[in-house]
Ligand binder design. Structure first.
Ligand code: DC
Length: 225
C-alpha cells in the first residue's frame, strides 16, 4: 500500500475511534474530521426547535436546510473544535443525554444521511484526512487507502462512556449507560441505509484489552506499512 492520504476509522459508539483519529491526525499533520458531530448537531437542532424526532420528513428538511460548521477551537475548555449551527456554539450541547437518546433515530433517516454524507465526502476527497464515523469505509469514502474498524465489547464501551460522563460531573448509573449503549448499537447496526459494519477491506482492531497507546502503535504500523 502506498502512504495513505485518506484514512477511514469506523466502529461502534465509545470504541475509542475519536481519540485514535485525533492522535493519528496530529502526528501525520492531517485534518481530523469526526462525522458523528454532524449527526449530533442536526439532532440538537431537532430537539431545540421542538420537532418530533419520529417525524422523518420534518427532520430531513431540517438536515437539508441547516448549515453546520466545524471550526478550530476558540475556547480552551477541553474541546477539540467548535461546533456551530447558524452561528450558535453548540459544542457541548451535542454531548447531552437528549442528543445521545435521539441521534441514532435521526441518523437512520436516508435523507439525513444523503445530505450529510455528501458534505463529508467533499471534505474527505481533498485528502490528508482522518475521518471517523460508522460508514466512512463502506459508503462515504470507499476509496480510502486505509480503513480501520475499531471494535470493543459493549460492556467495555459502556464503562468508558460512564467514566467520561462522571469526569464531566454528570450523575449517571453504569446500568443506564449500558442499556442506552445496547440500544444505540442495535439501531446503528440494523438500519437499512449504511448500517454499522466493517468494510470488506477494513482491518479490524479489538481494543478490549488495549489502551490507546497500543491501538495508536498498531495503527501507525499500518500507515507506514
Ligand atoms: O460517534 P458518535 O457517537 O458521535 O455518533 C453519534 C451517532 O451518529 C451514532 O449513533 C451514529 C451516527 N453516525 C452515523 O450514523 N454515521 C456516521 N458516519 C457517524 C455517526
Amino acid at each position: 500500500m502506498s502512504f495513505p492520504t485518506i484514512i477511514a476509522i469506523d466502529g461502534p459508539a465509545a470504541s475509542g475511534k475519536s481519540t485514535l483519529a485525533k492522535r493519528l491526525a496530529a502526528e501525520l499533520g492531517y485534518l481530523y474530521f469526526d462525522t458523528g458531530v454532524m449527526y449530533r448537531a442536526i439532532t440538537w437542532v431537532v430537539l431545540a426547535r421542538g420537532v418530533d424526532s419520529a417525524d422523518e420528513a420534518a427532520v430531513t428538511s431540517l438536515a437539508e436546510a441547516v448549515t453546520i460548521d466545524v471550526q478550530p477551537a476558540t475556547l480552551e475548555d477541553g474541546r477539540d473544535f467548535d461546533v456551530l449551527v447558524e452561528g450558535q456554539d453548540i459544542t457541548w450541547e451535542i454531548r447531552s443525554a437528549g442528543v445521545e437518546a435521539n441521534v441514532s433515530q435521526v441518523s437512520a433517516y436516508p435523507g439525513v444521511r444523503k445530505a450529510l454524507s455528501a458534505q463529508q465526502r467533499r471534505v474527505g476527497m481533498r485528502g490528508r484526512v482522518v475521518m471517523v464515523g460508522r460508514d466512512i469505509g463502506t459508503v462515504v469514502l470507499p476509496e480510502a487507502q486505509l480503513k480501520i474498524y475499531l471494535d470493543a465489547s459493549v460492556e467495555e464501551r459502556a464503562r468508558r462512556r460512564y467514566d467520561e460522563q462522571v469526569a464531566r460531573g454528570h450523575s449517571v448509573s453504569l446500568e443506564a449507560v449500558l442499556k442506552a449503549m445496547r440500544k444505540r448499537d442495535e439501531i446503528d447496526s440494523t438500519r437499512d441505509v449504511a448500517p454499522l459494519r466493517a468494510a470488506q477491506d477494513a482491518i479490524v482492531i479489538d481494543s478490549d484489552h488495549m489502551d490507546i497507546e497500543a491501538v495508536l502503535r498498531e495503527t501507525k504500523a499500518l500507515v507506514t506499512g
